[in-house]
Design a protein around this ligand. Structure first.
Ligand code: E4P
Length: 217
């Protein structure tokens, strides 16, 4: 399973990359706005800075919501750097745009997936990734993991190569359950990844080893 970090914060991306387990980055307009990035030139430069830090895929989302806008923006984003994956929302024009991009060899991440039917359409159109939003479904008392299981079954039934990118991942159990179900990728901020490290028996065991190692000197 691949680990992507879901942020546009360069310091957090650098910290995650330094762990040596980072496979890519996802961003969205809210995450870019949170970092105060605005204006076309600054936006494109920011994506380039992210590509300089990591070696893997970097999802950059289109802002337009018509077919023509998405095609123009997506082609510009894809031309920026070979690591860029064009992120497109699951709407009617988005599906048409994903089909166009896939025919042109431009990789895509179909975002805002909240149902198995949406994921199926995105895969049919040739999306490289689909992003089901696990945490946002859980927030409205709907089982987000169940959606990922459904998508896994459908993609396996028909041999779709589209990768399941579990998004809106909020805590370590989300990551572990996504791994059990067979999501191809999880994306989340750094804290849920770091919390995978935590166990009180590791802490107490290490304390004891440190104490006993003093006796060995
Ligand atoms: C996915 O690509 C989105 O950027 C993200 O995972 C959404 O997460 P949130 O629900 O925590 O905003």
């Amino acid at each position: 399973m691949k680990f992507f970090i879901d942020t546009a914060n360069l310091a957090m991306i650098e910290e995650a990359n330094a762990l040596g387990i980072l496979d890519g980055v996802t961003t969205n307009p809210s995450l870019m706005a949170k970092e105060g990035i605005s204006g076309k030139e600054n936006i494109l430069n920011h994506y380039l800075k992210i590509c300089d830090i990591v070696e893997g895929d970097v999802s950059a989302e289109v802002i337009g919501i018509t077919y023509d806008e998405m095609i123009q923006e997506g082609e510009e984003l894809a031309a920026l750097h070979s690591q860029i994956v064009v992120k497109v929302p699951i709407i009617k024009d988005g599906i048409k745009a994903i089909k166009y991009f896939s025919q042109k060899g431009i990789r895509t991440n179909c975002t805002l997936i909240f149902s198995a039917g949406q994921a199926l359409l995105a895969a049919k159109a040739g999306a490289t990734y689909v992003s089901p939003f696990l945490g946002r479904l859980d927030d409205v008392s709907t089982d987000g993991l169940n959606l990922i299981e459904e998508i896994r079954t459908i993609f396996d039934n028909f041999g779709f190569e589209t990768q399941i990118l579990a998004a809106s991942v909020r805590h370590s159990m989300h990551i572990i359950n996504c791994a059990k179900i067979g999501a191809d990728v999880v994306t989340c901020p750094l804290p849920p990844i770091l919390s995978l490290l935590k166990h009180p028996l590791t802490d107490s065991g290490l304390d004891q080893f440190i104490k006993d190692s003093q006796k060995m000197k």
